[in-house]
Ligand binder design. Structure first.
Ligand SMILES: NC(=O)c1ccc[n+]([C@@H]2O[C@H](COP(=O)([O-])OP(=O)(O)OC[C@H]3O[C@@H](n4cnc5c(N)ncnc54)[C@H](O)[C@@H]3O)[C@@H](O)[C@H]2O)c1
Length: 258
């Protein structure tokens, strides 16, 4: 299987920790130069440093992906340092959600759409012309187990992730004609900061419903992203690859952690 990414430049958003950090490190381990984005400078720099310490090439660039101007400046800086972007991973994410009937306002809907939908659109806008010109590109949007059937008590996050899936499916049809593959990776619950405040009850609910009886590790999510970013998946387009251990959706989440 050809997973060699030598000579390719990748942009990974939200790569200061968790899944994004594992993805950035794995792409670099397969030969890609990596633009490491995060909202927070310190974590992004830490990730870039782990890559360069291991002999890879990386640069950290801070930007809020929901702000188009910041994304354009980030891509310009990344391209200037490492070359045009061949691989984009829209991984930046937020977990803010709760029952619809208990919300005080719609700010969490706004945040989820700003980051998961507009963050992805902004980044694609900033790199797609170069990909089309090259006749080759790989875009992976990180969705979630939430897109399997929705997860009860978290409509804001569901809407954010389903919108990213819709973007994936539609752009795959259009951009595939230009040699740009657009896919998604849907992690199950993974051992990251996003789940660390979950209550004991929620942890039990998640692991009991999972056939493998555990959370995903970020490195397992990264394996799927690397596959979709590599020549090994050149005939895969518009696909959502689930990395969830076969987890069934939760229709009545014990969300008391939020
Ligand atoms: N952990 C899980 O259980 C799980 C499950 C399914 C999907 N996911 C998805 O995986 C992705 C990574 O999440 P994680 O679990 O590693 O969470 P995490 O909180 O550990 O990391 C998310 C990173 O995204 C960054 N970020 C947030 N908003 C940003 C913005 N506007 N611009 C740039 N960076 C921003 C954060 O600073 C953080 O470093 C997200 O898209 C998340 O929705 C996570």
């Amino acid at each position: 299987m050809d997973t060699d990414l030598s000579g390719r430049t990748a942009l990974v958003t939200g790569a200061g920790r968790g899944n994004g950090r594992a993805i950035a490190r794995d792409l670099a381990a397969h030969g890609a130069s990596v633009v490491v984005n995060d909202l927070e400078a310190g974590p992004a720099e830490d990730t870039a440093e782990t890559i360069t310490d291991a002999g890879g090439e990386a640069v950290a660039v801070t930007a809020d992906v929901s702000e188009a101007d910041e994304v354009d400046a980030m891509v310009a800086e990344g391209v200037g340092e490492l070359g045009t972007i061949d691989i984009l991973v829209n991984n930046a994410g937020v977990g803010d959600a709760g029952p619809f009937l208990e919300k005080d306002d719609d700010s969490r809907f706004q945040l989820n759409l700003d980051v998961h939908l507009w963050g992805s659109i902004n980044c694609i806008n900033a790199v797609v012309d170069d990909m089309v010109e090259a006749g080759y590109g790989k875009i992976t949007n990180v969705t979630s187990i939430h897109t399997k059937n929705g997860v009860g008590m978290s409509p804001e996050y569901d809407v954010g992730k389903f919108s990213a899936l819709g973007l994936t499916k539609s752009l795959a049809l259009e951009l595939g004609r230009e040699g740009v593959r657009v896919n998604a990776v849907a992690p199950g619950w993974a051992n990251t900061r996003m789940v660390e405040d979950f209550s004991e009850e929620t942890h039990e609910q998640i692991t009991e419903l999972n056939p493998l009886g555990r959370y995903a590790e970020s490195e397992e999510v990264a394996d799927a992203v690397t596959f979709l970013s590599s020549p090994a998946s050149d005939y895969v387009n518009g696909h959502e690859l689930r990395v969830d251990g076969g987890q069934v959706p939760i229709d009545n989440w014990k969300y008391d952690n939020r």
